[in-house]
Design a binder for this molecule. Sequence first.
Ligand code: DCP
Ligand code: MG
Length: 496
Amino acid sequence: MYVKAGAIKADTGFGSGRESTTVRRSPLALSCRPCSRLFRLDALPLPHSSRKIANLVLMPGSKPQRWIAHLDMDAFYASVELLRYPELRGRPVVVGGRRAHQPVVNEDGSRTYAVLRDYVGRGVITTSTYEARAVGVKSAMGLMKAAALAPDAVLLPADFDQYRHFSRLFKSAVAHIAPNMEDRGIDEIYIDLTDVLGMPGMPDGDNATLAAHEGAARYEVGASNDDAALSRVRAVAQSIKDAVREATGLSCSMGITPNKLLSKLCSELDKPDGLTILTFADIPTRIWPLPARSINGIGPKAAARLEAIGIRTIGDLAAYDPLRLVDEFGSNYGAWMHNAAHGRDERNVVTHSEPKSISRETTFERDLHPRGDREALGAILTRLCEQLSADLVRKRYYTRTVGVKLRFDDFKIVTRVLTLPAHTRDARDIRLWAGRCLTKVALERRLRLIGVRADNLCREDALPAQSAPDAGDADQMALPLFAAEAAPHDHPAQDS
Ligand code: DCP
Ligand code: MG
């Protein structure tokens, strides 16, 4: 069923060994004539830097192989709970209860825990310990159904503040070792280790010698997969896992491969406390036997459709005619599935995410009436607009959509947004448009909160020429709470 690795290499250009013919391109690579190896210009290893420069041929666009890690915390919420209830270690535990399921502290200091058999309701499990998973209990399962499988499992309420706290702790521990980190949610991150592996002074693995250190430091196509480089990758990975454990007391699992797609797959392969390092050469043996649905992006529906055409494993998918896949699933998804099955993924680790909006809001000490407290409200709104403007300047953004948010004394929230004719970050413009937004709201009740928001952001270095900032009108800061005239480009309001 599987195509031979050699044939696949010719088809895909996987850079899995010295015999590989295709390399990825960046402008900084040199090829050494005598040995035909490729090096990064800024990371020439010693024996080569002493060669005559005539022997080094500039290879515009040659790029080193990347090492990307995916790190995922093990049974995250449940593991955080076990830190404060260590006596529950080894027992099946599920998180998902309500406040009523909080453990009760007895007079002698011991605790009494809620158990699943007593649960009545429609709640679902957020996560469970591996002991509970062993009997089939898993995330998103109804608690009543889980009770049938594991009646003695302990039920704990979720404490999101605590999980967020531990999330920050583990991410900051990783960032100290490897700052090129992409936040993917409360318990997972991608890390680009390519540069870390080139840094001197990182911990060496058991077998790591000076030669091993050099092996990983140089960006030699074909050599980055040798034993020395792999032991270096393992050493850095272990140092990250140790740092996470030291900062949190928790274990995590890591997958490390040349791209995000494969790493995400691999972090699952050896859970809990796992470490899986794969190269492109391992795809036929380690990746192709896995079910197609283990690829992130192939959900249950797509997996069922694949199964209907005889595709069960990733290997089946890789061997399937890509044109037929496109016929079946459309050009985008079909082509993506074909590439994914061959382990191809060029996505970068995105260390900085662009904000979608920036906002400022304030809750009043006492509820304010839109008419009786008109002046005070106007002043508060003006101050919020000034703060928002300062935020935009500091973060180097302009906005084209200004919105207001109001929470009334009955807790009902109303938002109104308006699109401006041009980008701005001027406090007076923002104040003018916020006032215009307010004319769209029926202000009958007292207000608990007012907020102002900038959406539709544009980085200052990407500002279109026609949106050159306008200095605004000095009088706009003295506007009444509500601007009288209607504004163009009215958006539908979003009430909630
Ligand atoms: N979560 C949730 N609802 C789900 C799945 C997960 O609320 N349907 C929460 C609880 C998990 C956390 O997100 O602890 C992280 O999700 P994971 O999928 O990484 O699951 P775990 O970390 O619990 O387990 P694993 O060891 O398989 O990663
Ligand atoms: Mg997890």
